[in-house]
Design a protein. Structure first.
Length: 91
């Protein structure tokens, strides 16, 4: 029998991730709607730039591994994360 103390942190992490994904999807859908285009406003953070061929690579001779990550935080994704935290606290 497992003893649970408090709420599950993995559930919070997954719920916030889901909120960010849904918010990003909504921002992408409304980017051409004039009065909702502000939801798509945001900043991009990246390690490596695949468009310019500038990525971090690890060359092991027979194997070359490329690393890169690109994150775009939009207003809608931040709102999605905030709403998911509120939902988590209500549960």
């Amino acid at each position: 029998m497992a003893k649970t103390i408090g709420k599950n942190k993995w559930a919070l992490f997954l719920l916030v991730l889901l909120g960010i994904l849904i918010g990003s999807f909504i921002a992408h859908l409304v980017k051409n709607v004039e009065w909702l285009s502000w939801l798509n406003y945001g900043m991009e953070f990246a390690i490596g730039d695949t468009g310019k061929g500038n990525v971090v690579s690890l060359n092991l001779g027979a194997l070359v591994i490329y690393f890169g990550i690109k994150i775009k935080i939009t207003v809608a994704s931040a709102l999605g994360a905030l709403i998911s935290v509120i939902i988590y606290k209500k549960i």
